[in-house]
Design a protein around this ligand. Structure first.
Ligand SMILES: NC(=O)c1ccc[n+]([C@@H]2O[C@H](COP(=O)([O-])OP(=O)(O)OC[C@H]3O[C@@H](n4cnc5c(N)ncnc54)[C@H](O)[C@@H]3O)[C@@H](O)[C@H]2O)c1
Ligand SMILES: [Zn+2]
Ligand SMILES: [Zn+2]
Length: 431
C-alpha cells in the first residue's frame, strides 16, 4: 500500500487513524475530562447489518482536535448506502455516522474558538480552513482532511474532503453514532450553539438542512421559477423549503412513499407519485409544455427504478458493470426545460450507465453538484432557525436510544413505521 500523501499547504501534520483501535491503553495519570470507560458506538458489520458495540474511547491525536460527548446523532440517507454495502472500503467494526452534536469535553492545545462544556454541532465534512479550497468556501473539497486521498485520486482524479464514518476512502475517520467522537480541525469546524435552542432544532445543521439549502441554491432560482425535486427524503424535504426561501414560485415533489409526499405537500410542494403517473408527461403538462426551470436529483445511487429500466440497472449493478443506479439522473435531464439547471445533491460513488448526454448538451443544461460545503452555511442557517424562517424539527419521526440503532437502520431503509428521520440519543433509556 503506498504511503498516504501529506502534500498540502496549511495543515498540521496528520496522524493516520485506524479505527476502532485494536486495543485500548488506559493511562491512569491522564488528565482528560471524560471518563476513561469504553464507549458504545454503532459499528458496521456487513451489508444490511450494524451493531452497537463497546469500543475504545477516542483520544486527542493532534493539537487542533476536540473530543465531543455526543448528545444527539442522526441516521442519514447517505448512511443507507453504507448500510446496503454499496460504499467500497467500509470494514467490519468501523464506527459510522456523520450527523452529530454534543458537548466539548476535551481540547487540543491549538483550539481556542470553543471551551470545554460548550454545546456544539459538527459539520459532516472535515475541513482544514486554510487550503486553496477551504479559503474559497469549497469546504467539502478540502485538500488536507482525507488521509487516504491517494486511493480515491486513482479513480476520481482528485479527492474530496474526509467525512466522518464514511469509509476508508474518505479518510477512515471514526463516525459520530457513538458516545464520543474526535473532531479534527475543531478550531474551524465546531459551531457553538447559543442557549435556548434544543438539539432537535440544530442537529440538522450538520448535514441535511445545509444540503437541502445548497441543492436549492444550485438550482440558480430566479423569482417565479418552478423547481421539480425527485426524492422526498430528508434532503428533498429541506430542499423544498429552501427553494421557497430562495424565491421559487412552485415546487413539484416526486416520490412514491405516501407519508413523504404528504410532508412535501405540507411544505408547500405540489406532489407527484411516480407509481401512479408518468412523471415526465405530468411535468410538461404542469408547466405549459416547457418543463421545470430547475430539476433536482435528491435520490442518488439507490434510485428505485421501474419496469425494464429498473431491472436493467439492478442487473448492471449486481454484476458491477455500474456502481450507481442512474434512473433519476436520466429522468431529471430529460424533464428539465431547455437552458435549465440540474442540481444533484444525491450521492453517486462511481460509474453510471446510459446517461442522456445528448439531451444534456443539446438542451444547453447546467449541472451543479457536490458534497455540501457545510461550514459555509452553518451561521446563516442557524440565523434562519433563530429568526423562525424554518423549524427543522418537522422532519423528525423517531427519537431512539443509540442502543436501538440496528432497528433504526432497518426501519429507515425499509420505510417502515412511517420513518423519515431518526435521531439517536446515547444514554436514552429504551422504550
Ligand atoms: N450532497 C451531500 O452532501 C449529501 C448529504 C446528505 C445526503 N446526500 C444524499 O442525498 C440523497 C437523499 O438523501 P435522503 O436522506 O433524503 O435519503 P432517503 O433515502 O431517505 O430518501 C430518498 C428518497 O428518494 C425516493 N426515491 C427513490 N427512487 C425514486 C425515484 N425513482 N423517483 C423519485 N423518488 C425516488 C425514496 O422513496 C426516498 O423517499 C442520498 O443519495 C444521500 O446520500 C447527499
Ligand atoms: Zn448525512
Ligand atoms: Zn482545507
Amino acid at each position: 500500500m503506498p504511503p498516504p500523501k501529506v502534500n498540502h499547504v496549511g495543515s498540521v501534520s496528520f496522524v493516520i487513524e485506524i479505527y476502532p483501535p485494536k486495543k485500548q491503553t488506559i493511562d491512569p495519570l491522564s488528565t482528560i475530562h471524560y471518563p476513561l470507560f469504553n464507549m458504545r458506538a454503532v459499528c458496521w458489520q456487513s451489508a444490511n447489518k450494524v451493531e452497537v458495540e463497546t469500543v475504545p474511547d477516542p483520544k486527542i491525536l493532534n493539537p487542533r482536535d476536540a473530543i465531543v460527548k455526543i448528545t444527539s446523532t442522526a441516521i442519514c440517507g447517505s448512511d443507507l448506502h453504507l448500510y446496503a454495502g454499496m460504499i467500497p472500503t467500509v470494514k467490519k467494526g468501523d464506527i459510522i455516522g456523520h450527523e452529530f452534536m454534543g458537548e466539548v469535553v476535551e481540547l487540543g492545545s491549538k483550539v481556542n474558538n470553543v471551551k470545554i462544556g460548550d454545546r456544539v454541532v459538527v459539520p459532516f465534512s472535515i475541513a482544514c480552513g486554510s487550503c486553496f479550497f477551504c479559503s474559497r468556501d469549497f469546504w467539502s473539497l478540502c485538500d488536507n482532511s482525507n488521509t487516504n486521498a491517494w486511493a480515491i485520486e486513482k479513480f476520481m482524479g482528485h479527492s474530496p474532503s474526509g467525512i466522518y464514518g464514511y469509509s476508508h476512502l474518505l479518510g477512515g475517520y471514526a463516525g459520530g453514532q457513538a458516545e464520543y467522537a474526535r473532531v479534527p480541525f475543531a478550531d474551524v469546524g465546531l459551531l457553538k450553539i447559543p442557549d435556548g435552542l434544543t438539539d432537535e432544532q440544530v442537529i440538522f445543521l450538520t448535514d441535511i438542512f445545509p444540503t437541502g439549502y445548497m441543492a436549492a441554491e444550485n438550482c440558480q432560482i430566479q423569482q417565479g421559477d418552478t423547481v421539480a425535486i425527485w426524492g422526498c427524503g430528508p434532503i428533498g424535504q429541506f430542499a423544498i423549503r429552501s427553494a421557497f426561501m430562495l424565491g421559487a414560485e412552485r415546487v413539484i415533489a416526486i416520490d412514491r412513499i405516501p407519508e413523504r409526499l404528504q410532508m412535501a405537500q405540507a411544505g408547500g410542494a405540489e406532489i407527484l407519485n411516480y407509481e401512479e403517473i408518468e412523471v415526465g408527461e405530468a411535468l410538461k403538462e404542469m408547466t405549459g409544455g416547457r418543463g421545470p426551470d430547475a430539476v433536482m436529483d435528491a435520490v442518488g445511487m439507490e434510485a428505485h427504478g421501474q419496469g425494464i429500466e429498473g431491472l436493467y440497472d439492478k442487473a448492471m449493478q449486481a454484476v458491477k458493470l455500474e456502481l450507481d443506479r442512474a434512473n433519476v439522473l436520466r429522468q431529471v435531464i430529460v424533464a428539465c426545460r431547455k437552458g435549465g439547471t440540474v442540481s444533484l445533491p444525491g450521492d453517486y460513488i462511481g460509474l453510471v450507465d446510459k446517461v442522456p448526454m445528448g439531451a444534456f448538451m443539446n438542451k444547453g443544461l447546467t449541472m451543479k453538484s457536490g458534497q455540501t460545503h457545510i461550514h459555509k452555511y452553518l451561521r446563516p442557517l442557524l440565523d434562519r432557525i433563530q429568526k423562525g424562517d424554518i423549524d427543522p424539527t418537522f422532519i423528525i419521526t423517531h427519537i431512539l436510544p443509540l442502543e436501538q440503532a440496528a432497528h433504526g437502520y432497518k426501519i429507515f431503509q425499509q420505510k417502515q413505521d412511517n420513518c423519515i428521520k431518526i435521531v439517536l440519543k446515547p444514554g436514552l433509556a429504551a422504550v
